[in-house]
Design a binder for this molecule. Structure first.
Ligand SMILES: Cc1cc2nc3c(=O)[nH]c(=O)nc-3n(C[C@H](O)[C@H](O)[C@H](O)COP(=O)(O)O)c2cc1C
Length: 172
């Protein structure tokens, strides 16, 4: 499968990225092709609701920022993984900006599977992030959620949690 990861953590070596790296290790070891975008380190603006993508050039975003690099990868992906730290009980603003910019291409045509990876300081803080993932992605796109992984407190950057993600990547 072609897998695209949108990682909304600004920390390249934090617990979110550690879980993502475990997933990549597992998935690539069984032959999947993975592209990992650190969207918090890319120039990605919020949607400006100009409707250019709907009314002028269908499927094209007027904003010529780094989403232009991501759009073709999303269109070609069989699976998309969303990864984020929890900020104020939900996904990071950087990941939300990237998700909202998919308005331009609407539902990626090939994608069948999605997954969610979240890291937080505390437990029991995932409700709004998981709701957003289910409503905006799983239900709206009509795709299958194949896994939701969370880590908080001592689970963050633990060997056990990383191995969970390695195994998840291997059994896709
Ligand atoms: C702006 C901000 C808001 C946060 N909000 C929450 C929160 O609502 N609940 C929580 O448990 N942790 C919260 N945290 C802690 C992060 O989710 C936690 O440190 C996480 O492990 C960061 O992952 P990362 O280093 O991979 O980005 C917040 C951190 C920041 C910087």
């Amino acid at each position: 499968m072609k897998i695209v990861i949108l990682n909304g953590s600004p920390h390249l070596n934090g617990p979110t990225s550690d879980m993502v790296d475990g997933f990549i290790e597992g998935a690539t070891s069984v032959g999947h092709e993975v592209e990992h975008f650190h969207v918090a380190h890319m120039n990605i603006h919020g949607c400006i609701a100009c409707e250019y993508c709907r009314n002028k050039k269908k499927g094209k975003c007027v904003q010529k920022d780094d989403m232009q690099e991501i759009y073709p990868k999303l269109k070609g992906a069989d699976m998309i993984v969303f990864a984020s730290p929890i900020y104020y009980f939900t996904l990071s603003a950087q990941l939300q900006a990237a998700i909202q910019r998919t308005y331009a291409i609407d539902i990626p045509k090939k994608v069948k599977k999605v997954a969610l990876i979240l890291s937080s300081g505390s437990p029991f803080v995932y409700g709004p992030a998981i709701t957003e993932y289910y409503q905006s992605i799983v239900e709206y796109w009509g795709v299958q959620s194949v896994g939701i992984f969370t880590a908080n407190g001592k689970q963050n950057k633990s060997k056990k949690k990383r191995n969970e993600l390695v195994e998840f990547g291997k059994r896709l």
